[in-house]
Design a protein around this ligand. Structure first.
Ligand code: TTP
Ligand code: MG
Length: 274
């Protein structure tokens, strides 16, 4: 196979393939014969034999690494779920880069978006897409990674919601969609399992009120209802967008203590998944 390195972008490398067709399985190709490959030396080389022993996930050296994305409405309890599993050895937990969305070089695109979505929706969502991609491509240091949300929900839920509710101009939606399509067609973003924390919008509304994140004080119940509907169509009915991985649904309306029991009950299902 003849290939020349055409660009090096952050942690991944793009290769322009001069011969067709490529048998490079790690990457995806677009119609122009350009393939991109996510190169993470730590990504491969874990064997299929893996088991759970006394709450510890045990892998031998050849096991493939596993990525689990925790999804759900705003304030559905994703961070709490991740914190719970962070106590398990051999799991790395990546919480969402919300702090970056609240402060990029002294600007707060999250607050701006809530103040004026028409004007600032694309600004926030462009940055969310970048930071989520960065999370997906960061080198894994353990056999299992659990991360809060994914680049997929940023697009399929939040961008879609802004556009459908008339709060994002069509041209902004088109540009974001072109970016998203290019990324997902050219960069391998492995996800092995989606855990969907299924809540009622009312529960999320009450939790948003309680936690009092400054930017979110303006969120009305209707906004959480729209996000909920998009999640249900995508991950429960499985009738809207592409699913990058199988989905495990966990009812998540319960109080914190009950939720911790639920996570414990589902521990084997989540961690034994491959
Ligand atoms: P969430 O991703 O829901 O994170 P959270 O910490 O609020 O959830 P949990 O309590 O379940 O851990 O959202 C963080 C904020 O970012 C929220 O106000 C919604 C907003 N957001 C967008 O506006 N666009 C996006 O694409 C994403 C992913 C979040
Ligand atoms: Mg969170």
């Amino acid at each position: 196979m003849f290939c020349e390195m055409s660009a090096v972008v952050g942690r991944f490398t793009l290769f322009r393939f001069l011969s067709a067709p490529s048998r490079f399985s790690a990457g995806r190709k677009n119609g122009r014969g350009l393939a991109a490959v996510s190169f993470r030396p730590s990504w491969t080389a874990w064997s299929s034999a893996r088991h759970i022993s006394a709450g510890r996930l045990v892998s031998n050296a050849e096991d493939k690494k596993t990525v689990i994305c925790i999804e759900g409405n705003i304030a559905s309890g994703k961070t709490t779920c991740l914190e719970y599993f962070s106590k398990t050895s051999n799991i790395e937990v990546l919480t969402e880069p919300v702090s970056k969305w609240r402060n990029v070089r002294g600007h707060n695109p999250l607050a701006l978006m809530y103040q004026d979505p028409q004007r600032w929706g694309i600004t926030l969502q462009t940055y969310v897409q970048l930071t989520m991609l960065d999370r997906h491509l960061s080198a894994m240091s353990t056999p299992v990674r659990m991360m809060e949300r994914s680049i997929f929900s940023a697009k399929y839920i939040f961008v879609e919601n802004l556009f459908r509710s008339g709060k994002m101009p069509e041209v902004d939606y088109a540009v974001l969609s072109e970016w998203f399509n290019w990324i997902t067609n050219n960069i391998s973003i492995p996800v092995d399992l989606i855990v969907y924390l299924q809540t009622s919008p009312q529960t999320c509304y009450e939790r948003v009120r309680q936690r009092c994140r400054e930017e979110e004080k303006v969120i009305p119940l209707e906004y959480l209802e729209s996000i909920h509907q998009l999640y249900e169509d995508w991950l429960f009915k499985r009738s809207s967008f592409h699913l990058p991985a199988p989905v495990l649904v966990i009812p998540a309306d319960h109080d914190l203590e009950d939720m911790l029991h639920h996570y414990e009950e589902n521990r084997d299902k989540i961690l034994a998944y491959r």
